[in-house]
Design a protein around this ligand. Structure first.
Ligand SMILES: [Zn+2]
Length: 200
């Protein structure tokens, strides 16, 4: 029913509470609670929300579906695929406080893996390497710090990785703490479709 008292609002939002998952899937209401990865307009992962919320954002025109989770949603006048990944259409500024730069968070971002030799090690056996050494003006930033094993750290010394004949597994980038906490919690049951957005 159109909402006459509030003509500016998208009408289909009102139908969301009556949504039922499609019959071939027997996961009941869980389908609407399935986690959906939310990307900024820039494709940076910024949050995780329930499918129900993601569908509302898509129907409002705030976000678009990037990946689907294979389920259908049938409501009064809607038949749509349930998203697994959505992306905001407008860039949202994420406050810098959410990105605490710390040894712990760098190791978390790099998944406790030496970014030169690829060995996964306990935190106690990893150190932080300045990609551009401090002695050569390198800063302590998300983009210039990587997890590194002691052996690679010794070989690299005060050289650039190119001078030491070493290569980074991937370009280090800022990672939202908020997102990474969520991701760690959800990773076990998340969709394989998330991967390409999470570890870029
Ligand atoms: Zn190493």
């Amino acid at each position: 029913m159109p909402d006459r008292s509030n003509p500016g609002k998208a009408k289909h939002i009102r139908q969301i509470p009556h949504v039922v998952p499609s019959p071939p899937h027997h996961e009941g209401r869980n389908v609407m609670h399935a986690p959906v990865l939310v990307l900024n307009a820039s494709y940076e992962p910024i949050n995780i929300c329930a499918a129900r919320r993601a569908i509302v954002l898509v129907l409002k025109g705030v976000a678009m579906t990037e990946e689907e989770n294979g389920h259908y949603l049938h409501a009064a006048r809607i038949a749509m695929r349930v998203p697994s990944v959505i992306r905001l259409l407008e860039y949202r500024r994420i406050p810098h406080q959410t990105r605490a730069l710390s040894r712990k968070n760098i190791l978390l971002r790099d998944r406790n893996t030496c970014q030169y030799c690829g060995k996964s090690l306990p935190s106690s056996e990893l150190t932080l390497d300045h990609v551009v050494p401090r002695s050569r003006g390198g800063l302590s930033t998300w983009e210039n710090l990587v997890a590194c094993c002691h052996s690679c750290n010794r070989s690299k010394g005060n050289q650039l990785s190119s001078e030491a004949g070493m290569k980074l597994l991937r370009e280090p980038r800022a990672f939202s703490l908020h997102t990474s906490r969520h991701i760690m919690r959800m990773l076990g049951r998340s969709d394989a479709k998330w991967r390409k957005y999470l570890f870029y």
